[in-house]
Design a protein. Structure first.
Lengths: 176, 466
């Protein structure tokens, strides 16, 4: 959550000449999203989703570009972007394994699923593998408690998981 | 066990979604616009457009349909809080926000409707928009529901192509009873991983592109909601009930579910109940409100896993708190809060515990959830949720003393919108969850803490006399 502050003083802000928010993206936001909302800020979440989906994270420069495009203050954009867990403001792995840790999944031994991921990938929860392929996280209830234990591998939900199945799902993601 | 006879004529919300005991879930598939209309879909909307707005609202009020999102607020009554629109005048933009955030641990019922029968929701949306004079609907869906968002987008596309939505007016410009046509736009708005955005005013903030911080009420959203305009917020399942209520009338709806046994408002209609935890066949079942939890578990879920004994259950999402070992017979209706000392029915999605469950661990897991999801605006919630998690973790590890247990109860009891210390109900959920677990399983907690050290001072000499 946003009030859990993260150190930013030492953070390098990298710049590149090529914009993250491309003309194509802008056009699609103009056509599809801006007309839906009474304010341009209404289109901020859809814009951030687009950036997140395209780059796997949202660099500082992209936030500035979004602010510029939607005619908002950069601070307002950062305020919103930093609040939501799904927006990554620092790079993450190419694939994200997100194991549910809420109550129904804990009952159905989510720990065995997380442990298999930790062993297989050689990382702890919250970390990314050295080759930048995988990030492992634990999330709260994914709304699939009847199929506990569950995990999201990128955007795909896997239910009734066994350690071997998450193992295979990781291999499958790696081969893509 | 007393015999239980359902009152539902058959599946209602799950009529097109094969569900036990009527049909086998392996036959589930996405119901397309064509299949939906072929099987009687959009007839409720057709009928509604021939009715006056007041008559629709009266019908919904008559059904006493209570919100399925957690609070159980009467749907028809909520609608009457909107400012009146004089016939023939333009009231300016008014909104419907559909709450599809579904992030309460244990809850996975709205997902079933969005997975397989999206047009049922869309028809409900169209009826609500016409009845309440709302021109634009936003389905606020949680970010993790990638597949469901795609299913909805596709269904909305079909609905636009079939001219249900769009500028020409509902159902290809059908003349409404209110005179002329009425046009409704409908969009999906994706959240991004924040439970708090299910709280209705946080949801509006998030729709406006801001962080999801609940608003201080009043003003209530019906008067000043999205972009400062009159707005109705309803849960997915609440809206999905509208087509059948309009088609069959409120009396039909009131024939299902149950009256209150304690002189309160009734719990009519069917309800989606997602059962998880230690049962043989977890899943979503559609039942009459009032079905005893034990019947739900034994008949629908094929009993407790591994033949173990029932130890307790979360009533309907972790915020509601727990039912104890001797409360297995509790009827799943809106009386449950007053009768069994839980916060309420919540989402009616119970999580079941077997006899070996460590209740200290349960409390710790739930406390961590609330600590993680507190939006941080109110000190009692932001700090209290962290303290509760720390204290409960300490108790779990065996490092705590009796006074820590008292402190847990003191902190929990003091936080929430009901004690009046916070803006929204998230803290009440934390309060009820922790408090009911500690109170109903007190011995387990006491066995894990060591007695507090009580300093005994002895005075000698002159001071002893004074
Ligand atoms: C912290 C919190 C989270 C909530 N999450 C949800 C949710 O995910 N889905 C939902 O429908 N209602 C949720 N609610 C309840 C809504 O605020 C609101 O009461 C409901 O959407 C109204 O719709 P209904 O009257 O049709 O039930 C939540 C409430 C609180 C306090
Ligand atoms: S009670 Fe908690 S979640 Fe609700 S507004 Fe206050 S801090 Fe935020
Ligand atoms: S508790 Fe894991 S999906 Fe709900």
């Amino acid at each position: 959550m946003a009030w859990i502050t993260k150190p930013s003083g030492t953070m390098a802000v990298e710049q590149r000449s090529e914009p993250y928010l491309t003309e194509d993206m802008k056009n699609s936001i103009r056509e599809t999203y801006l007309p839906r909302y009474e304010t341009s800020k209404g289109a901020l979440l859809p814009t951030l989703h687009k950036l997140q989906h395209t780059y796997g994270w949202i660099p500082r420069q992209a936030l500035m570009e979004a602010a510029d495009f939607l005619d908002l203050k950069p601070a307002d954009v950062i305020d919103t972007a930093s609040f939501y867990e799904e927006f990554w403001l620092k790079p993450k792995g190419e694939h994200v394994i997100a194991v549910c840790r809420s109550i129904a999944c804990e009952f159905c031994d989510h720990k065995a699923i997380t442990d298999r991921c930790r062993e297989k990938l050689g990382i702890e929860v919250g970390e990314t593998t050295d080759d930048g392929k995988f990030t492992l996280v634990e999330l709260e209830c994914l709304g699939a408690c009847g199929g506990a234990p569950v995990a999201l591998v990128d955007e795909k939900l896997h239910e009734n998981l066994s350690p071997d199945e998450i193992d295979r799902a990781i291999d499958e993601a790696r081969s893509h | 066990m007393t015999a239980y006879t359902p009152k539902m004529p058959g599946p209602v919300l799950t009529a097109r979604i094969p569900t036990y005991p009527w049909a086998d879930p392996k036959d589930r598939h996405i119901v397309s616009y064509d299949e939906y209309t072929r099987t009687g879909g959009y007839e409720g909307l057709r009928k509604a457009l021939g009715m006056s707005r007041d008559d629709i609202i009266e019908e919904v009020k008559g059904s006493q349909l209570r919100g399925r999102g957690g609070a159980g607020f009467p749907c028809g009554l909520k609608w009457t809080f909107l400012p009146k629109v004089e016939p023939g005048t333009d009231p300016g933009p008014r909104y419907l926000a559909i709450n599809a955030d579904e992030s309460e641990p244990g809850t996975f019922k709205d997902r079933l409707l969005m997975d397989f029968d999206p047009h049922l929701l869309l028809e409900g949306i169209a009826i609500a928009c016409y009845a309440c004079h709302l021109q634009r609907a936003f389905i606020y869906i949680r970010g993790e529901y990638h597949h469901q968002a795609m299913v909805l987008e596709q269904a909305i596309k079909e609905a636009y192509e079939a001219k249900v939505f769009g500028p020409q007016g509902l159902l290809d410009g059908t003349e409404t009873n209110a005179g002329g046509t009425f046009a409704v736009e409908c969009h999906v708005h994706r959240g991004a991983g924040a439970y708090i955005c299910g709280e209705e005013t946080a949801l509006l903030e998030s729709l406006e592109g801001k962080r999801g911080w609940p608003r201080v009420k009043p003003p209530f959203p019906a008067v000043k909601g999205l972009f400062g305009r009159p707005t109705i917020i309803n849960n997915v399942e609440t809206l999905a009930h509208l087509p059948s209520i309009i088609e069959n009338g409120h009396q039909w709806f009131c024939g299902q579910g149950t009256e209150s046994s304690i002189g309160g408002p009734p719990s009519f209609g069917s309800k989606l109940m997602g059962v998880s935890g230690h049962v043989n066949r977890p899943g979503v079942y559609e039942c009459d409100l009032g079905i005893p939890l034990k019947v739900l578990v034994e008949d629908h879920c094929q009993g407790m896993r591994n033949g173990k004994k029932f130890k307790g259950a979360i009533a309907g999402g972790v915020s509601t708190g727990v039912l104890g070992p001797d409360e297995f017979d509790a009827p799943m209706d809106f009386d449950i809060g007053r009768k069994y000392n839980v916060l309420g029915l919540g989402t009616a999605c119970p999580t079941i515990f077997e006899e070996d469950t460590d209740m200290v661990g349960v409390a710790r897991n739930i406390a961590r959830f609330f600590k993680h999801e507190s939006c941080g605006q109110c000190t009692p919630c932001r700090e209290g949720s962290g303290w509760l998690f720390q204290l409960l973790s300490r108790i779990e590890k065996g490092d705590a003393r009796t006074k820590d247990l008292d402190l847990v109860l003191e902190i929990a009891t003091s936080m929430g919108a009901m004690p009046g210390t916070t803006i929204c109900g998230l803290a009440d959920g934390n309060n009820w969850a922790v408090r009911t677990i500690v109170n109903k399983y007190r011995e387990e907690f006491e066995a894990r803490v060591r007695p507090s050290f009580v300093p005994v001072t002895m005075s000698v000499g002159a001071a002893a006399n004074g």
